[in-house]
Design a protein around this ligand. Structure first.
Ligand code: CA
Length: 222
């Protein structure tokens, strides 16, 4: 029988803390998988369906920031709470920029951790998924808009479809034909992709989408 408990991935290399947290989270009602380094965390995260992840920032093999970055690049939108021994503002901003939704500094009180996890799950149910577009800029997939440092930038249906395709695979160069078939009715001319990119650049900045001459378009850096 399939478990109705929410699945949580815990990536933490301090074994006593990991074991303690796994016990507490199991008592709290989560179905917990544990990974002790970033690489095995990545494998589990890509293979499984998790409702939440807790990722330590300092991890062997692949650190927590890199792990979350790779997950977001692959389109994994599961909410992540990042743990860290460091509490400097820059560390916190880096964690959030990498795609973590929340950040907790060690040592922390267990009730605070549990409350943050509950808040994350509630928030995530409101927002179907988010894809990173750049520092502090997200594509809010559920609400068809861009959030830029908390400011909403509304998108048309077509703008959203083009941006969703590009942001979902940020390393890929999309041809006009690919974007046309992804985002437009087939009767549309290839030029409508260019018009759509033009509108997106006006809303998001010239650098938001890169032209790859002779090929098509890919995600820019903002
Ligand atoms: Ca660590």
């Amino acid at each position: 029988m399939e478990s109705a408990r929410p699945r949580l991935l815990l990536v933490e290399d301090e074994r006593p803390l990991a074991a303690l947290l796994a016990d507490l989270l199991t008592d709290e009602g989560y179905d917990v998988d544990l990974a002790a380094d970033g690489q095995s965390g990545l494998h589990l995260a890509l293979a499984g369906e998790y409702q939440l992840m807790i990722v330590d920032r300092g991890l062997p093999v692949l650190d927590g920031l890199a792990l979350v970055n790779v997950l977001r690049q692959r389109g994994v939108t599961c909410p992540v709470l990042m743990l860290t021994a460091r509490g400097a503002l820059d560390d916190r901003v880096e964690g959030l920029d990498a795609g973590a939704e929340d950040y907790l500094v060690k040592p922390f009180e267990v009730p605070e951790l549990l409350a943050r996890l509950r808040a994350l799950r509630r928030r995530h149910q409101d927002v179907a998924s988010r894809l990173p577009l750049g520092p502090r800029r997200w594509l809010d997939v559920g609400n068809r808009r861009v959030l830029d440092d908390g400011e909403e930038i509304p998108l048309s249906v077509r703008e959203f479809a083009v941006l969703r395709a590009l942001a979902g695979r940020p390393m890929k160069v999309f041809t006009r034909a690919e974007l046309l078939s992804t985002a437009f009715a087939h009767a549309d001319a290839p030029g409508s992709v260019d018009a759509c990119v033009h509108h997106l650049r006006r809303k998001l900045g010239r650098g938001a989408i890169r032209t790859v001459h002779g090929l098509g378009y890919r995600m820019g850096t903002g």
